[in-house]
Design a protein around this ligand. Sequence first.
Ligand code: HEC
Length: 282
Amino acid sequence: MARLRRAMPYHWLLVAAVALTAFHIPSFAQQAGDDSEKEIERYRQMLKADPWSNPATLDIDRGEELWKTARGPKNVSLEACDLGKGPGVVKGAFAELPRYFADADRVMDAEARIVWCMEKLQGLDRSAMLKKPYPGGGKATKDIGVLATYVAHQSNGLKLAPQVTHAKEKEALALGEALFFRRVGPMDFSCATCHADQGKRIRLQGLPFLSKPAEARKVVGDWPAYRVSSSHVMTMQHRIYDCFWQMRMPEVELGSEVPVALTMYLAKTAEGGEINSPGLKR
Ligand code: HEC
C-alpha cells in the first residue's frame, strides 16, 4: 500500500502529461496553421497595397504589346479579335467569359478564344501553339498566358458574370459541375476531394473551398495570377492542368472542352466575385 502511495504522484504526473500533450499538440498544430495562414494573407495584402511589387505587371504589358502587334502568316494583330463583346472590344470582355461563340459553335474561355483568334485571324498553327503552352518553373509565361493576362486585367474591378443562357453554355456548366465532383484516376481523386471543405490544407497551402460561392468569390477572380513559388504568371487553364497532374490524370489540352467546362463551373460558382487579375498566389 505504501509502495502504491509512493508511486501515485508519478502515476498522476504521467496522466497529467498525457492529458496535456493530447490537449496541446492539436491546438499547437492548429495555432501554427492559423498563424501561417495569417502571415501569408499579410504578405498578399502587402503585395496588393503596392501593385508595382507584383512582377506580373510586366506580363500585362507583354500581353498588350503582343495583342497589338501584327504577326503570323496573315500579318495582322489581334485587335479585331471578338472576345464576346464585338471585334476589338477588350474592356469588360473577360468578365462575361466563358460564353458561347457562334462562329466556333462552342463555349470558350479567354484562353480558348485567344487561341481561336490566333489561328483564324493571324493564321498561326494551332497544334504548334498547344504543344507546350505552359512555362516550366522559373521560366517566363508564354504567349497565350500573357495575352490572357492582358485580357483579364482589362476587366479589373468588374464582377464575374459568365454567360449561361445558350443551351451550350448550360451544357458546359453541367459538365463542369459533374467533372468537379467525379472521382477519377489512379488516386480516385475528384476536384472536390481537395476543394470542397473549409480549412483543408496540403502542407501550409490552404486549399480553397471552390464549390462554396462565398469562398470561390475570394479567389477565382485572381486568375491569371502570379505564382511566387514558380515565379511566373499561371492562367486558369494552367492551374487546372496542374491539378489534373496532381490527380495523376492524362494531360488536358489547353482550351479543350473539359478545362473550359471546369472554368465555367468555377466562374459561375464565383459569380459576383470581383476580378482582380493578375492576383498573387504563394
Ligand atoms: C490532390 C489535391 C488536389 C486536387 C484533387 C485538385 N487540386 Fe486544385 N489545388 C490543389 C493545390 C495544392 C492548390 C494550390 C497550389 C499552390 O498554390 O501551391 C490548388 C489550387 C487550385 C486552384 C487555385 C485556387 C486559388 O487559390 O485561387 C484552382 C482554381 C483549382 N485548384 C482547381 C482545381 C480543379 C478544377 C480540380 C479538379 C480538376 C482540382 N483543383 C483538383 C490541390 C488539388
